[in-house]
Design a protein around this ligand. Structure first.
Ligand code: ZN
Length: 174
């Protein structure tokens, strides 16, 4: 496994729509392993392939807490087939928008079909944090970021802060 670099805004790749995976071969499994390692070391609870620069419809998620046994979920070609009318609000962040957080309202539960690590067709009913996480990651596959769910004012502020932060990081390095 190898850790990959995580792309951050305003990288234009983050705005592209990812392509479905045709077959889950060794190359795709390698990518999923690398994504998991990258996510764990970030650390984060979800990562989409586009965030490491690969435009394929692949997501990894692990909601296990510190000290708990790892519980990775590999989601390939996800299709959300149901979203509840009931909404829930979480403070979301994103590895591609470092250190910025905002409350986002999304359906509190959803149903998703996908292929797992071994290519097996799987369906899960998700609610709470898992439902939010799946929807956040599926958005990535469609070029959508969590800040797109905010008002223009909040979104612009976050983008401005992120840019400033990146400039400050550069200054320290120089
Ligand atoms: Zn994200």
């Amino acid at each position: 496994m190898a850790k990959k670099k995580i792309l951050t805004v305003p990288n234009p790749l983050l705005r592209k729509v990812s392509e479905p995976v045709n077959s889950i071969n060794a190359e795709i499994k390698n990518l999923m392993d690398d994504m998991l390692e990258t996510m764990y070391s970030a650390p984060g609870i979800g990562l989409a392939a586009v965030q490491v620069g690969v435009l394929k419809r692949i997501i990894v998620i692990d909601l296990s807490k510190d000290g708990e046994k790892k519980n990775p979920l590999f989601i390939v070609n996800p299709q959300i087939t149901y979203k509840s009318d009931n909404l829930i609000s979480y403070e979301e962040g994103c590895l591609s928008i470092p250190n910025q957080f905002a409350e986002v309202k999304r359906p509190s539960s959803c149903k998703v079909n996908f292929l797992d690590y071994h290519g097996k067709k799987t369906e899960i009913n998700a609610d709470g944090l898992l439902a939010t996480c799946i929807q956040h990651e599926v958005d990535h596959l469609n070029g959508i970021l969590f800040i797109d769910h905010l008002s223009k004012l909040k979104k612009d502020l976050i983008l401005k802060k992120t840019k400033k932060q990146i400039r400050e990081i550069d200054r320290v390095i120089v």
